[in-house]
Design a protein around this ligand. Structure first.
Ligand code: PLP
Length: 392
């Protein structure tokens, strides 16, 4: 089996030539290991005992009653170790890095969530780890910076450009070009040059595989719809992948931020154009020259100016519907889910909750849906409290 490098016109490898041998090496290693019994056994054991899988598929009875629409099931990725789905991918990639004999791990991070997930997995394997992070992000994400340091990672401040995610991304790629022999580069979503989009999707597909079996067990049929928020798109692809061959509708919910016409949003599919970011062709928020625009979302994880190439293709093919939800709508559902179900969702996941809240009336009484609750909201309580006027 070869690893998919293109999704229609999207994907590919738009990187300096010096990186190509490393991508070839990674592709070959993953091709060799992905179906190998020993590798899979090790991965399954780590997912079970370190990550805490399988995560529950929870029937949200009070939410269902409140909205009066479809029966709503929440896939509880918020219950994973470190509080979100990102760890599914970083544990998988670290296992790969260890098998490949790599001696050093690098990654970039925006809000710090992927940095923490990478630092966690690097500590698990005892491999030194450096995380690139914009100085602006370091200032506003102190908790995650402390977590990374506690986990033994080096946090490298990036002061060029906008001093945030895209600049950290550039520096991480520059590091990789220089140290490609011994260094493994961990990408945090279904983005980046091939083989990363397919590889990250595969590591996250455990979400949908579990959810499919759990839903069949509970309802005896396939779900009426799947709903997931989309930043880079890894939690969504992880849920969707197991259902792509079924006749199950799916919605990816992007960040509309302060409104699609405000210029402050993260809706790369709805408002972006075909272009190159992070080494692959996809829908990207860009100016007329192809320079990357800054995204905006109340949720740090959706604050990304691109989207994974497979999502761009699923959009063009009409297989998945993409829609968006504003900061205000997501924030309202952050409190609503907390009060209704006793679950404080991540602001990212609150976008998916907000979408079903708006569309509950479109379903029949026999419908049942799965919403991916990608993470827990503990990381967001200060920001939410400020936005809600609960505290300074
Ligand atoms: C990072 C993050 C996201 C967005 O990333 P995807 O790759 O789109 O999944 C969503 N939810 C949470 C909780 C996150 O930490």
């Amino acid at each position: 089996m070869t690893i998919q490098a293109r999704f229609g016109p999207y994907g590919g490898r738009y990187v300096p030539e010096t990186v190509i041998p490393a991508l070839d090496e990674l592709t070959a290693a993953y091709e060799r290991l992905k179906d190998e019994a020993g590798f899979q056994a090790e991965l399954q054991s780590l997912l079970k005992d370190f990550v805490g899988r399988p995560t529950p598929l929870y029937f949200a009875a009070r939410l269902t009653e409140k909205l009066g629409g479809p029966r709503i099931y929440l896939k509880r990725e918020d219950l994973c170790h470190t509080g979100a789905h990102k760890i599914n991918n970083t544990v998988g990639q670290l296992l790969l890095a260890a098998e490949m004999g790599k001696k050093r791990i690098i990654a970039e991070t925006g809000a710090g969530q992927h940095g923490v997930a990478t630092a966690t997995a690097a500590a698990l394997f005892g491999i030194p780890c450096a995380i690139y992070m914009g100085v602006k992000d370091i200032a506003r994400q102190e908790l995650n910076v402390v977590r990374m340091k506690l986990l033994g990672a080096e946090v490298i401040p990036v002061s060029s450009g906008s001093q945030s995610l895209k600049d950290a991304m550039n520096d991480a790629i520059r590091d990789w070009v220089t140290n490609v022999e011994n260094t493994y580069y961990v990408i945090g979503s279904v983005a980046g040059p091939a083989p990363y989009p397919a590889l990250v999707r595969d590591f996250q597909s455990v979400i949908g595989c579990e959810a499919r079996a759990q839903f069949m067990e509970a309802e005896g049929k396939l779900p009426s719809e799947l709903i997931a928020c989309v930043g880079g798109g890894s939690n969504a692809m992880g849920l969707f992948a197991a259902f792509l061959d079924d006749d199950v509708p799916m919605v990816g919910v992007e960040a509309a931020g302060e409104g699609l016409d405000s210029g402050k949003h993260g809706a790369s599919i709805e408002r972006g154009h075909r272009g190159v970011l992070h080494g692959s062709m996809s829908y990207v928020l860009q100016d007329a020259y192809g320079q990357i625009l800054e995204a905006h979302s109340i949720s740090a994880g959706l604050d990304y100016p691109g989207v994974g190439p497979e999502h761009s293709w699923l959009h063009d093919e009409g297989r998945v519907r993409y829609d968006s939800v504003t900061d205000a709508e997501a924030l309202a559902c952050f409190t609503m889910l907390s009060e209704t179900e006793g679950i404080i969702p991540a602001l990212e996941s609150s976008h998916a909750i907000a979408w079903i809240t708006k569309h509950a009336g479109d379903y029949g009484k026999d419908d049942a849906v799965i919403i991916n609750l990608s993470g827990r909201g503990d990381k967001d309580v200060h920001q939410a409290a400020r936005a809600l006027g609960i505290m300074e």
